[in-house]
Design a protein around this ligand. Structure first.
Ligand code: FEO
Length: 393
């Protein structure tokens, strides 16, 4: 366990640091992850969330170094990365009350045999007195699942925010001022883009729900605890919930025999010559996690693919399906790509952009076989259209 796990007197982190995980249900966790669990000791003792079931032994060991008894197990969220350790924890502390909201109880019932669990159902504003300290509950539906909830300890001004403000970031340190804050902010952005981007409105409502309370510390369910950079992460969230664009252009492509690659390079050249940040992303060397993170604050995006079997290439299709599901807002762009004897890729991409509510800036930019100077000039000009849009944003 880390040397410094104390958030306040008798409030400790007791979770698990997963240094080796690199795939979190498809999310590329190149910096590892943590499953945060917290113990609040008073006349009564409450455990706030558990861990992924593989690591319950570590959790129980950490708990036992602080207490022999647990009166309440708060379940802020039923997703298995936080709640799959529950059955084993309940076996060890069978008298503990399971505190959660009604939606969470329903989801837990779908995952586990809860027939013997002693539920205590709460809603927004409900309070549990532990002694000198208390727990107040704030439901924050769809930040990340329907059941998502925060727990607040007003006497210490600590908000246990569940997935919100989390980062997949393994560290031996527990607090934001003990680690490289730039690295943590990058991971927080990646986390928001890949886990919460499609829930911008509910996350905005969650921010509103907690905006009236005094907060000295935000303890999320993943990553480090915010105590010195609270303003920074809240300010970033205010931008992210509206996918606030920077003057940034992306050109995302896959290619078969380099024709689409040459087009992509010409588009990015046209955009960067216009004085905006422009990034070239080859889908087969950039994972979907990174692509989603770049899209969060991009303004204008060109999506390109060679035609393969009458369709866009498979990695491009996977990336676009993933991005579509994340529902980025306020973006514009167009389709481009090369073809040979049969068409299909640019038509598919163009049609998908329309279903994604991406403003289409021009008809698909197509090239048969190899792009000649005329096509490359058209690509450059298309890059300038993206740059103009980015500047307007
Ligand atoms: Fe970290 Fe939505 O679970």
């Amino acid at each position: 366990m880390s040397s410094n796990t104390e958030l306040a007197k008798n409030i400790n982190w007791v979770g698990y640091v997963d240094w080796s995980v690199r795939d979190f249900h498809g999310y590329e966790t190149n910096s590892g992850a943590t499953y945060n669990s917290y113990l609040v000791k008073d006349e009564k003792t409450a455990l706030i969330d558990t861990v992924k079931h593989f690591y319950t032994d570590n959790l129980l060991k950490n708990i036992s170094s602080h207490t022999e008894n647990i009166d309440y197990i708060i379940v802020n969220h039923a997703e298995p990365d936080h709640a799959s350790g529950l059955p084993e924890v309940i076996s060890k502390y069978p008298n503990a009350k399971i505190v959660c909201n009604k939606k969470c109880q329903n989801i837990l019932s779908g995952y586990h045999d809860v027939s013997s669990w002693n539920f205590h159902i709460v809603k927004t504003g409900d309070v549990i007195k532990l002694g000198k300290r208390s727990l107040t509950f704030v439901e924050t539906p769809m930040a990340h699942w329907p059941d998502s909830m925060c727990t607040y300890v007003p006497e210490e001004k600590i908000l246990f925010s569940m997935d919100a403000f989390g980062q997949h970031f393994a560290s031996s340190e527990r607090f934001d001022d003990e680690v490289d804050i730039t690295a943590v902010m990058n991971e927080a952005k990646k986390y928001y883009a890949n886990i919460l981007m499609l829930f911008g409105k509910p996350v905005g409502k969650a921010l509103e729900a907690v905006s009236g309370i005094e907060i000295d510390m935000i303890a999320p369910a993943h990553g480090v605890i915010w105590r010195s950079h609270i303003d920074k992460i809240i300010s970033a969230y205010k931008d992210w919930i509206v996918c606030k664009p920077k003057k940034k252009v992306l050109v995302i492509y896959d290619t078969m025999w380099e024709s689409t690659k040459y087009m992509a390079q010409a588009i990015v050249d046209g955009a960067s010559e216009s004085g905006v940040e422009a990034k070239l992303i080859y889908v087969r060397s950039s994972g979907i996690t990174e692509i989603a993170t770049e899209i969060l604050d991009a303004s204008a995006i060109a999506f390109g693919s060679s035609t393969l079997n009458g369709e866009m290439m498979p990695m491009m299709s996977a990336a676009m399906t993933y991005i579509k599901g994340l529902r980025p807002t306020g973006k514009s762009g167009f389709a481009f790509g090369s073809y040979g004897w049969g068409r299909g890729a640019t038509e598919s991409i163009d049609s998908m952009l329309k279903t994604m509510n991406i403003e289409v800036l021009r008809p698909p930019l197509k090239c048969k076989w190899r792009p000649d100077d005329e096509v490359l000039e058209e690509c450059k000009n298309a890059g300038k259209i993206l740059a103009k849009k980015a500047k307007e944003s």
